[in-house]
Write a protein that binds this ligand. Structure first.
Ligand SMILES: *Cc1c(COP(=O)(O)O)cnc(C)c1O
Length: 433
């Protein structure tokens, strides 16, 4: 399997190169050049086992990694539950948030970390992952690579500008993880990471990567939970509609890929907050990115979704075909708060703000197109991560999961650093682990 750039100006590459480079040299995003296809029966006969399903679905893609090694990496990565909860007669929630940082990005980041670690070990090289974070990405990436042989992680974060819960989730890690509290803003951290990645002299001495969210190695693993959710539905359930809380649209794109491979899905529904570039595109056919606006579903505050290029490539720019597969709608913070409170009162189930946006989009879609359907809302974060927002809405405290409580007791061991490439270079060159 080769990987081609959505921008069409770069040579096709193998799996290892696509993973290591992340972004194609022409600025495009990698996609597989062909997709295998499976009969509907294949998906109907799956047992709900994330590792087994992932092994099966990813086998055509990981050329260069033997099947038995890949199966082992997948088993290590997908070591937490992804349960399907029944909420109402026709409505389920697929909980993707039982990984180490209580957010769905754990699923893909954990597998990418292990795939990259394996590829580097084979070449007897040590990979250094640089990640700039305003809070959540740093913890997902640091936790994903923590203790993965062949890799180490440097997290750059703005000192004093991330929540203490967020900081605890990465800055308490040691071993192959280091956290640098940068004297500056998140933009300064991003600038530093980018400058280091472009520093050819530094890169000749340290094998650097960013393992960021546009990496195709983070996209493909996400196909697994769609099939896993499907496998947990009753056999006679009406056609399934997946509702996806969307920001950069990686999650939705993975769904479209596995659907293209044969997973029976009646519709995808994308939930946007007021950062609604894709919703507007589906309405009027014009893709008009805007600067991001802050909302309570802040991981979806994306003005110019990067995976839009992949969606366009998959559909060859055919808006009609895309509209047949995807409905989208926008929901503001007031609606989102109302949905969280309303669903909690009626059912006792608590959505985080991102998941609530997808729930609203699903309800809107069912109103627009009545029929016999099964809705599956992808739940992307545990509500406790947004307890400042949610607790006042429901008037009670959200219990802290044990996993998280353990981190809160650990000491933060980041070191301060000036917002300066020289300082980062010296740190990277001096770190021998
Ligand atoms: C990243 C994130 C999203 C958005 O996912 P995309 O793949 O960027 O569309 C939604 N919810 C949560 C909690 C996230 O962290």
């Amino acid at each position: 399997m080769r990987f081609v750039s959505t921008a069409g100006q770069a040579p096709a590459v193998d799996f290892a190169t696509a993973l290591r480079e992340g972004l194609a040299p022409d600025g495009g995003l990698y996609l597989p050049d062909a997709l295998p296809s499976y009969p509907e029966r294949f998906f109907r006969e799956l047992r709900p086992d994330m590792a087994a399903i992932g092994t099966e679905l990813l086998r055509p893609f990981h050329d260069g990694i033997p099947d038995h090694a890949a199966a082992q990496l997948i088993r290590e990565a997908f070591d937490f539950d992804v349960p399907l909860m029944r909420l109402e007669e026709d409505l389920y929630v697929l909980e993707l948030f039982h990984g180490p940082t209580l957010a769905f990005k754990d699923v893909a980041a954990r597998l990418l970390a292990r795939l990259l670690g394996w590829l580097c070990r084979r070449e007897d090289r040590l990979l250094t992952v640089l990640v700039a974070t305003s809070g959540d990405t740093g913890s997902a990436v640091a936790q994903a690579f923590h203790r993965v042989p062949g890799s180490r992680v440097v997290v750059l974060y703005p000192a004093g500008r991330v929540s203490s819960l967020q900081e605890k989730l990465f800055a308490t890690l040691t071993g192959n993880v280091r956290s640098l509290a940068v004297d500056g803003s998140f933009d300064d951290c991003q600038r530093l990471a980018r400058a280091a990645l472009q520093d050819t002299e530094l890169r000749a001495r340290v094998l650097l990567t960013s393992a960021n969210s546009i990496n195709v190695g983070r996209l493909l693993p996400q196909m697994t939970y769609y099939a896993h959710g499907f496998a947990q539905l009753p056999p006679a359930a009406p056609p399934v509609v997946f509702a996806v809380p969307s920001g950069n649209f990686g999650n939705l794109t993975a769904g479209l890929l596995v659907h293209r491979m044969g997973l029976p899905v009646a519709r995808f529904v994308a939930g946007n907050n007021v950062n609604d570039a894709v919703t507007r595109y589906l309405e009027n056919g014009v893709f008009a990115p805007r600067p991001a606006v802050l909302t309570i579903s802040n991981a979806m505050d994306v003005g110019d979704p990067s995976n839009f290029a992949r969606v366009q490539a998959l559909y060859g720019g055919d808006l009609g075909a895309l509209r047949r597969d995807v409905l989208a709608s926008r929901h503001d913070d007031t609606e989102t708060r109302h949905a969280i409170r309303d669903v909690y009162r009626r059912t006792g189930y608590l959505f985080d703000p991102h998941t609530a946006v997808a729930y609203l989009a699903l309800r809107r879609a069912f109103d627009r197109e009545p029929g016999d359907r099964t809705g599956v809302v992808l739940a992307t974060a545990h509500p406790v991560k947004f307890r400042e927002e949610i607790e006042p809405l429901i008037g009670r405290a959200i219990p802290m999961p044990e996993r998280l409580a353990r981190f809160l007791e650990q000491p933060v061991c980041s070191r301060p650093m000036a917002a300066d490439l020289g300082a980062l270079r010296s740190f990277l060159l001096a770190w021998d682990s």
